[in-house]
Write a protein that binds this ligand. Sequence first.
Ligand SMILES: Cc1ncc(COP(=O)(O)O)c(C=O)c1O
Length: 481
Amino acid sequence: MSIRLSNGTEIPIEMHKIRIVQKVRLAPARDRFRAIEEAGYNTFLLRTRDIFLDMLTDSGTNAMSDNQQAAMMQADDAYAGSESFYRLLDSVKEIFGYEYLLPVHQGRAAEHLLAKTFVKPGHIVPMNYHFTTTKAHFDLAGGKVLELYTDEALKTQSSFPFKGNMDLGRLSVAIEKAGPENVSFVRMEATTNLIGGQPFSMENLRQVKALIEPLGIFLVVDGSLISENAYFIHQREAGYENTSIKDIIREMMSIADLCYLSGRKSCSVRGGMIATNRKDLYDAIRPWLPVYEGFFTYGGMSSKEIEAMAVGIREMTQLEVAGASADAIKYFVALLEEKGVPVVTPAGGLACHVDARRFISQVPQSEYPAGALSAAVYLTSGIRGMERGSVSMDRDEHGNDVPSDMELVRLAVPRRVYTISHYQYAADRLKWLYDHREMIGGLEFYEEPPVLRFFAGKMHAKGNWGQPLLEAFEQDFGLDC
Ligand SMILES: Cc1ncc(COP(=O)(O)O)c(C=O)c1O
C-alpha cells in the first residue's frame, strides 16, 4: 500500500509491524573490494557476512508472516498421506480453483517435469519471455523457446502498463510455421522476471487462450509472481479496479489450463507446485513426481514449508500483501529517476531494474555491462544485486556469446524486508556511482561453466577498474563506509 503525506509525497506504507529482526553489517569498502575480487566479480559468489542489503533476489527471501510460522508447527511429516498436503490442496482449490496438485521442491523442478512430459525434440515452446531455468530445461529436452513479446517489451523507458503481453500476430505465425502438433504448450510468465518484472493483462491472457484452444494447444501460466501480476491488473487494467486480488487470480486460473510456480516468491516460502483442472495433463505428469521429486503428498518439500505455503497462498491475495513489493519498488524507482539514474519503467513487480546499457554506455555488451555494474554497485554500497544480461545467457552451440536483449542490474525488493531508509541509502549510493560511471570498465571470464554460467562463473575486471573506483569512493566517504 502507498499513502499520501500532507506535503503530497506518496510513500509505501507497511501494513505490518516488525517484531523479529536480523542483524546486518556494512563492511568497509576495502573489505568489499576484497570480497568482490575473490568472488570473480560475480555477486552470486559473495557471502552474507560481506553484504549490507541483499537485493540479489526475492526468491525465498520474503518475510514470512506470523501465521505462516505458526502453521509450520502443525506439520504432519507422514511420508504418504500427510495432512499438510491436504491443507495445501484446500488452499489451492480455494484460491486457484484447481482440483489437482503436484507439490515440487521449487519452481525449476516443475519446469523439469513439464519439460520431461511435454517438450519433445523439435518442438517449439512459445512464451512472453523466458526465465533462465525455464529455458535450460526446455532446451535440454530438445525444445526451442520462442519469445513472442510485443514491441513495447524491450523499451526500458516506457509508460506501457503491460510489457509482459504476448504478441498475438507473432504467436499465430509461429504456430502456423511449426504446426500445432509441434507446439508443446504456450507459456505466459506472470510479471516477466528478466525484462523488468512486467505484467501481462487479463485481456492478453484471454486472447492467447482464444487463439490456441481451437488448435488443441494448452496454456501454461508460470505463476511464481502471480499475486504481483494480479495487483498490476487491479491497478492498471480498466474494469478491474474494484475486483479483489483473489477474484483476479481465480479469473487468470480459469483461463489457463495449468499453473506452475516457484513458491519462493508470491507465496513467501521455499517450495513449488503444479496445479490444474485438466486430469489428462495431471495424469501425464504425475508418474514422474516420485521419480524426480518425492511422494505425491510432499514432492520434495518439507511438511513445514507445505503448511506455510497453504497459508502463504491465502495471504498473497490480500491487497496489502500482493502490493507490498510493488509499492516499495515504485518508490525506489521514483527516487532513482529523480536523481537521473537510468531505470526500467514502469516500475515492475519484483525489483528495481537499473539499465546498465544507459548507465555505462562506454562498456560494450561483449564485456558484460550488467555484470560490471552489479559488481560496482556492491563495491560502492554493500548492496548485492543480480546481473540480468548477457552473463545470464549461456553460449550457443558454436560457443559464441548470446547477447541479451537487455543489460539490467536487478535490485530485488523482497516482500516486507527493507524500509524506506534502505531505499534512500541505495538511491544515494547509486547516484554517486552514476556520477563516477566513467570509472567502470568491462569484465572478462576466467572460469565459465557450460550451463547457467551466471551462478558460478568468475570474471576479471578489465584494466583493474575496481581499485581506482574504491579509492575515489574512500576519498568521498572515508574508510569506514
Ligand atoms: C518466473 C520464474 N519462474 C521460475 C523460477 C524458478 O524457480 P525456483 O528458483 O524456485 O527454482 C523463477 C525463480 O526465480 C522465476 O522467477
